[in-house]
Ligand binder design. Sequence first.
Ligand SMILES: [Cu+2]
Length: 323
Amino acid sequence: MVARSSEVRPSAVRHNASPGAGRRRRRGAGRVAGLGLGAVALLVTLTGCDVGAAFGGFGWPQGGITPESRRMYDLWIASCIAALAVGVFVWGLIFWCVVRYRKRGNELPVQTRYNLPMEFLYTIAPILVVSVLFYYTAIVQTDVNKESANPDVTVEVVAFKWNWQFNYRDGQGEDANTVASVLGTSEVIPVLVLPTERSIRFEETSRDVIHSFWVPELLFKRDVFPGKIRNSFEVSELLQEGAYVGRCAELCGSYHAFMNFELRVVSPERYEQFLAAKQDGRSTQEALQSIGEEPLATTTKPFDTRRTASNFNPDNAPAGAGS
Ligand SMILES: [Cu+2]
């Protein structure tokens, strides 16, 4: 009769073994999930604020020079960590299911359709995740778009094909007066001088088409519209002195890619001296030199358009030209 034991179906064996074994397996799976979450928590705790740097900012540019840019960076890093934690959990579940419920015979595993607690969980959990992300995004976005009643410095950004003019203003809005101005030309890159430790309002307007004012280190860009729209934004402070390239970030025509400027961040004292020199009638280059700064842009250089009457419009070229 010993031989008959081989006729016992595998499924029956599984059923006989199921009560204790099932509990053990569930405990094992719980332990694996707990370990995964613990590892993520440990990683975050150990690396602290440097978790972004350790992973190259998760693709987000690093080195922001305003409190706003740093808050946006932190939001991005936190969102990535949350996404990774959810990802690790889901990947863990997938691999666990692949191994645990791999095909062993013709028996179907226990089916979990209409399992209300489970359906409730996978409806509520994503809603919770999205709500938390939405909450923090709304807070950071509101903060970044916030404008104070009386910023310390107001500068009017005027864009035109294909250069920039920066007007230092004595107040906000269209009716304020320009006290000093920096104008870019085909030969000279405009240098926008601004101070640290001061709140700065940028008011933007365009003379022709839509442009976009972008300094990569602000981690922020805003379109510059022609007509009545006067786009504005504010930074509560510039945290680091230095020279930063600025660009037009909206395709605005043939020489869009060369519509560069430079942001030069200096101390408040030197900023005041620069402004005074400009008001005395000195050129931007002279004023920059007077505060011990490089007179010309250091982060970019003018683009030679090589446009002359002969090669710009050959049909109207004088006889013999262009050869
Ligand atoms: Cu442009």
